[in-house]
Design a protein around this ligand. Structure first.
Ligand code: NAD
Ligand code: IPM
Ligand code: MN
Length: 331
């Protein structure tokens, strides 16, 4: 396996080295290919990603990615969007599961759901028209795009409680009438139990009754917003991992961004990055190693070695070290 390692900017440069330290502790036959992308590259070269970078990414099996700061350039096209589209990674899988001993804003810990976010279209179509007094963004929902994300969500639901919630805004957006209809057809044909919710009501329901949900499938922007919101349920944005999966490539990254407000202080929570690496291990078929990484993360919390976002006083590297040591000692 060849894995591109993209630290990116801000706390990406702090949490990815820690995730790599934990990966190294497993001593697996994985070739790491470091690649610089993002704001730092843009400052040096005027571009945040180029054709050669895309070729390197395509030559790898998958990518472990930190986060990228959006440069202040009106013509800037997001690196993440470019990669997700170019490598056609249409399913963004974001598990929302509390870690033992941690409680988020609602005080609940009896939930375990997964947001399956369509990752290549919707409001992220990049079809935009900018004038002085008006700007347009075209929201694209296709049958093909909806069908393949619905199939990914149903596949996951079948491995879990077989329950799918389709989240949309079809009372206003005709594009979502198509999304809802296709998701219903797919769920019915796959034998998955399904219901649906309008996205505004879903935001309320997730914060009030998160235990009611199993797999949540939605369009691109709604999935983006609901996943950051749901991070508050588990206690920190620094805890939530994600996997961008296509038919060929996969790309693993924390849900959070480059956090310029805390970058350079050594206090970023590395757990979202470590659990993203754990999702990469699962995708590669290293099931036993993935379980070990998760139990090492749980060990660090049991030992009260947490970063300030969780109320602790440990540094990013302290947390990384205890997790990597636990992995090494339990191989
Ligand atoms: P953010 O996710 O970077 O930060 C939001 C808040 O959460 C901040 O207060 C931050 O300190 C905190 N936080 C985030 N990750 C944390 C961690 N691991 N540990 C502790 N606290 C953490 O969102 P933002 O501030 O809106 O965005 C900053 C930059 O990141 C922007 O340029 C944005 O475009 C970019 N961004 C990139 C990605 C990505 O590349 N995957 C994702 C989201 C945002
Ligand atoms: C995420 C991020 C990205 C998104 C941005 C940085 C393009 O917020 O991965 O959730 O909106 O998808
Ligand atoms: Mn986001």
């Amino acid at each position: 396996m060849r894995v591109a390692i993209v630290e990116g900017d801000g706390i990406g440069k702090e949490v990815i080295p820690v995730a790599v330290e934990v990966l190294d502790a497993l001593d697996l036959p994985i070739e790491k290919v470091p690649l610089e992308l993002g704001y730092g590259k843009w400052e040096k070269c005027g571009v945040a990603i180029d054709e050669n970078d895309l070729e390197i990414l395509k030559s790898c099996d998958c990518v472990l990615f930190g986060a990228i700061t959006t440069p202040p350039d009106p013509n800037y096209k997001s690196v993440l969007l470019t990669i997700r589209k170019e490598l056609d990674m249409y399913a963004n899988i974001r598990p929302i599961k509390p870690l033992p001993g941690l409680i988020g804003v609602t005080g609940k810990n009896d939930f375990d759901f997964v947001i399956v976010r369509e990752n290549t279209e919707g409001m992220y179509s990049s079809i935009e028209e900018i004038h002085d007094d008006v700007a347009y963004t075209k929201r694209v929902v296709s049958r093909k795009g909806s069908e393949r994300i619905a199939r990914s969500a149903c596949k996951l639901a079948k491995e879990r409680k077989n329950e799918l919630t389709i989240v949309h805004k079809s009372n206003v957006l005709k594009s979502d009438t198509l999304f809802l209809g296709v998701c219903r057809e797919v769920a019915a044909s796959e034998g998955v139990e399904y219901g649906d919710m309008l996205v505004d009501a879903m935001a309320y329901s997730l914060m009030s009754y998160p235990e009611m949900y199993d797999v949540v499938v939605t369009t691109n922007l709604f999935g983006d917003i609901l996943s950051d919101m749901s991070a508050a349920l588990v206690g920190s944005l620094g805890l939530v991992p994600s996997a961008n999966i296509g038919d060929k490539y996969a790309f693993f990254e924390p849900v959070h961004g480059s956090a310029p407000d805390i970058a350079g202080k050594g206090i970023a929570n590395p757990i979202a990055a470590i659990l993203s690496m754990k999702m990469m291990l699962e995708w590669m078929g290293y099931e036993r190693e993935a379980v070990l990484v998760e139990s090492a993360v749980e060990f660090s919390i049991r030992e009260n070695l947490t970063t300030p976002d969780l109320g602790g006083s440990s540094s990013t590297s302290d947390v990384g070290k205890v997790i990597a040591d636990h992995v090494r000692n339990n191989l």
